[in-house]
Design a protein around this ligand. Sequence first.
Ligand code: ATP
Ligand code: MG
Length: 432
Amino acid sequence: MPKIQWLHSLPQEQEWTMTENLSTQLEKYLPKPVLALTKIAGREASELGLVLYIVGGVVRDLFLGRANFDFDLVVEGDAISLARRLAKDSQAKLTTHPRFGTAKLNYPGFSLDLATARSETYSKPGALPIVKPGKLKNDLLRRDFSINAMALCLTPHRFGELIDPYNGKDDLDNKLIRILHPNSFIDDATRILRAIRYEQRLGFKIEADTEKLLRRDVAMLDTISGDRIRHELELILKEDKPELVLWRVGELNVLHQLHPSLKGNGWLSKKFEQARKADIRASLPTLYLCLFIYNLNDKQNEGFVSRLNFPKNPTQATRHTLQLKVQLHKLANPQLKPSDLYQSLHGYTTTAIQANSLASESPIASQHLQLYLTKLRYTKTLLSGEDLKRMGIPAGPQIGEILNALHKARLNGEIKTRKEEENFVRRQKQSG
Ligand code: ATP
Ligand code: MG
């Protein structure tokens, strides 16, 4: 265990020296209506005898000058009654979660999350915490990293006052990700993935003692449910450059905890970059996921998707990706006709085809996959079954057979116009 001074107990209130006031930043960075609302909220809380704070990511991002309209407010007192009062005086739509003491106010274009300040204790590693109403300082202690454990007061005469008991501001200045106590990763090992995500997003460094503890506690990820790990992976895949996060997840020996065969190597970086540049119509995070599992076999992938409890659609995309991967050599044949390609590829999800087009070593296979994605999958016959009936083809299997033949001829560019389709049908009618 590293020898460091940890904050086992919280500093006394008077030790929280007010180092900075961020009212100027608030005035500068918050959109006018949001600024006005925070002022109203602070005043109304104050009228109820409560103290209201902005906490978490938005404070960090104010210092960094990064846009973040994900407003988390914490009140020492009942958040729900404050939220009700705010909703009554404005256009906001209110949702409350009495079990958690939280409320959400939805305004046109943005939302405010309001929570009762709370303390948390963990009955066992990875368990959901036991929550009790508390003071702001307890609420900040339960947070993941010092840079996310700062608050700004919204009470009128203290508007913008910084509360920073864990020196998050210093860590921001020194570009460090630091946990608040040595058991942090044991209590909640999702913080391992969160630490790496912030480190790479912000170009920071995980602080040396935090890194030692992270390495020590990697196996604690086994205590976390599939849903929670998947949520963290989804957040990683929504980053601007998820490959940086996955590379570091690999370097810190965290990746093998998700699945021993996963890799966050240079290949992945190259492919993720190409994926961003490609004109994809599918969802980028799902495409990243399919590239991420690309070097697994079917059985390994099944282990991974069931551990992380992926829902049906992404699971299907990963399965199709690997099914198509083993068929790719067939698509590297330059003699293939468009109708052959269509036959081989229809039925695969678009993302699986995209992933293989990016991953394939064969330029011909990639071109074939792109031809399917950009053209062949949209190719339709102009005539319908009804048109064929009007042309005297009897209802029955022959209609389907002719439409298939028509579609094939269209794919191969043998017929282009409606007239040519009609002539094609007449010829088939005579020969049939
Ligand atoms: P982002 O820009 O990624 O949304 P954020 O700081 O807003 O960053 P959220 O995931 O939205 O992060 O969470 C809001 C706040 O809740 C965080 O700033 C942090 O203080 C706290 N938090 C979130 N997850 C955890 C966790 N697993 N353990 C402790 N605190 C957490
Ligand atoms: Mg957030």
